[in-house]
Design a protein around this ligand. Structure first.
Ligand code: HEC
Ligand code: HEC
Ligand code: HEC
Ligand code: HEC
Ligand code: HEC
Ligand code: HEC
Length: 258
């Protein structure tokens, strides 16, 4: 097993050099405490106001991806939702939860909008400390937030909410798919992929992946590692919020047939 793992790592390292483009998600190394942070600076660019930092680790610890990206309609690309003060005050987007009940209310402007660069630095430092206090008791991984989010969820260390009364569409008969899909790799000798439906559905439901970008038929979606590294298919989440693409063996995990 150790030998298998070793030779797999060598193979993967060679392939990494051969087929991955630099200047992509793979090349941008982010620190564990800021992995998944989104700088919302659409409205502050060029102006006097400071950008708002949205931290995924804070939020995904308590809510599923699906809740925000499907029910609350947050875009899957930084800056594309077009959040305004009026939206938030009307209880949309950030204001859905930041209402003084689920989380601090939108009238506490400076908790999202730092008043100057110094206040922004102080907030980032406080968030960094909170991150390490939070991560200390969770299972570890090597990349991204360096938290094994799946294991934390499996062990019941995180309880993610997937429903908000009056906002989420009540789903009375959820369709399920509890299969682990094995996918043969297109490169000879490279370990194949094991994609787990149940593990993904916990975080992302079905609608974040079907009908786009994945076909509802095994093998129908043609994808290459280059497209994934450019943020398509699996790379829509992996490399941005879910564990990054450095972690080759986490996806290419199926033993190579002798
Ligand atoms: C509390 C709400 C919330 C939760 C929970 C959440 N997100 Fe997000 N996500 C956002 C917001 C807000 C943005 C930024 C949207 C914008 O800028 O318009 C975002 C952006 C993204 C982006 C785009 C990143 C980029 O760099 O372009 C990805 C990918 C993403 N989220 C994936 C996920 C995944 C995967 C999960 C679950 C592990 C998740 N999100 C959980 C609110 C959330
Ligand atoms: C699904 C519910 C939900 C949504 C949507 C949501 N938040 Fe939060 N947010 C929370 C909770 C829960 C906390 C932690 C409890 C608290 O601090 O009151 C939190 C904490 C925070 C914090 C303090 C921790 C930190 O990161 O420094 C900030 C800032 C923040 N949210 C910004 C935002 C912004 C900006 C948006 C919209 C882009 C947003 N949130 C959308 C639930 C949400
Ligand atoms: C929970 C976090 C949060 C709180 C609290 C908050 N905002 Fe915002 N606000 C945002 C986000 C996110 C954006 C969008 C930034 C972007 O996309 O560049 C935004 C955008 C804005 C904008 C620019 C867009 C527009 O509508 O003109 C203004 C002005 C603004 N907020 C004012 C305020 C004021 C005033 C308060 C306090 C009464 C406040 N905000 C409280 C998160 C927050
Ligand atoms: C993170 C992405 C993701 C999520 C979430 C997801 N799927 Fe899939 N699904 C896939 C991929 C990838 C395939 C394989 C597609 C291919 O090979 O072209 C697939 C294939 C399928 C297939 C085809 C199976 C077959 O035998 O042909 C069905 C049915 C399906 N998914 C249903 C679901 C349902 C129901 C849910 C929610 C419980 C769900 N999926 C959630 C990514 C996802
Ligand atoms: C998030 C999951 C994931 C991670 C992480 C990942 N891959 Fe892939 N990789 C895939 C999928 C899915 C395919 C497409 C499989 C198919 O349909 O042929 C693929 C295909 C490939 C291929 C086949 C040829 C091609 O270009 O499409 C190579 C080579 C490859 N990956 C190398 C790597 C290397 C090296 C790493 C680490 C640097 C890596 N992969 C990390 C999911 C992943
Ligand atoms: C909609 C977002 C999204 C997409 C698309 C997505 N993933 Fe994931 N994936 C996640 C999240 C969230 C986790 C939880 C772990 C984390 O956040 O690091 C995860 C975990 C995993 C795991 C570890 C769970 C396990 O089985 O032990 C593997 C492997 C994986 N993904 C492979 C893939 C592959 C291969 C694809 C493309 C076919 C893919 N993912 C597409 C969001 C996504």
């Amino acid at each position: 097993m150790a030998i298998f793992r070793y030779s797999m790592m060598v193979l993967i390292a060679l392939l990494a050099a051969a087929c991955l483009t630099p200047a992509t998600a793979l090349a941008e190394a982010k620190k564990s405490f800021e992995y998944g942070d989104i700088t919302l600076d659409r409205t502050s660019k060029g102006g006097t106001t400071m950008p708002v930092i949205f931290r995924h680790w804070v939020h995904r610890a308590k809510h599923s991806c699906r809740l925000c990206h499907v029910d609350l309609e947050f875009a899957m690309h930084a800056g594309q939702t077009g959040i305004t003060e009026d939206d938030n005050k009307a209880g949309r987007y950030c204001g859905t939860c930041h209402n003084g009940k689920e989380a601090f209310a939108v009238d506490q402007c400076s908790r999202c909008h730092p008043k100057d660069a110094q206040a922004a630095d102080e907030m980032n430092l406080a968030a960094k400390k909170q991150f390490f206090a939070f991560a200390k008791n969770l299972p570890k991984s090597l990349y991204g937030n360096k938290i094994n989010w799946n294991q934390a969820e499996d062990e019941g260390l995180l309880k993610t909410k997937d429903f908000i009364e009056g906002v989420s569409f009540p789903d009375k008969s959820p369709i399920t798919n509890s299969r682990e899909e094995a996918r043969k790799s297109t490169a000879e000798g490279l370990p194949g992929i094991i994609f787990s439906h149940p593990k993904h559905a916990t975080w992302t439901g079905c609608g974040m992946c079907h009908p786009e970008p994945f076909a509802l038929e095994i093998g129908a979606t043609k994808m290459t590692m280059k497209e994934i590294t450019n943020g398509q298919y699996c790379g829509m989440c992996h490399g941005k919020v879910a564990f990054p693409l450095y972690n080759c063996a986490e996806c290419h995990s199926k033993p190579v047939q002798q």
